[in-house]
Design a protein around this ligand. Structure first.
Ligand code: HEM
Length: 81
C-alpha cells in the first residue's frame, strides 16, 4: 500500500473469538502471518491501544488510548459474536 494511505479494515462482524487475519479476501499486512491467536480480551486490548505493538508492521491507523473506551468497544464486539 502507499505510505500514509487510509485503508478500510476487515469486516469485524464476529471478530471476537475468530482467528486473527482470516477474513476471506481481505489482504492483511505481512505481520498477520504470525498471528496464531483468536481475538479475545487479552489480544484486543493491546491491539486497540497500539496495533503495531501486536502486529509488527501492521497498518491499522486507529488507536484508542483510553482503557475504559477500549473496554466498551471490546464488550460490544463480544456481544456481537
Ligand atoms: C473501534 C474501532 C476499531 C476496531 C475495534 C478495530 C479492530 C480491528 C481488528 C480486531 C483487526 C484485526 C481483524 C482480523 O484479524 O480479522 C483490525 C484490522 C484492521 N483495521 Fe481496525 N479496528 C477499528 C477501527 C479501524 C479504523 C477506523 C480503520 C481505518 C480507517 C481500521 C483499519 C484496519 C485495517 C487496515 C486493518 C488491517 C490491518 C493490517 O493488515 O495490518 N480499523 N481492526
Amino acid at each position: 500500500m502507499t505510505p500514509g494511505e487510509v485503508r478500510q479494515g476487515p469486516n469485524l462482524a464476529g471478530v471476537y473469538g475468530r482467528k486473527a487475519g482470516t477474513v476471506p479476501g481481505f489482504k492483511y499486512s505481512a505481520g498477520f502471518a504470525d498471528a496464531d491467536w483468536t481475538w479475545d480480551e487479552a489480544h484486543l486490548d493491546p491491539y486497540l491501544a497500539n496495533p503495531q505493538s501486536v502486529i509488527k508492521g501492521g497498518v491499522m491507523g486507529y488507536r484508542q488510548a483510553k482503557p475504559d473506551v477500549r473496554q466498551s468497544i471490546i464488550a460490544y464486539l463480544k456481544e456481537q459474536q
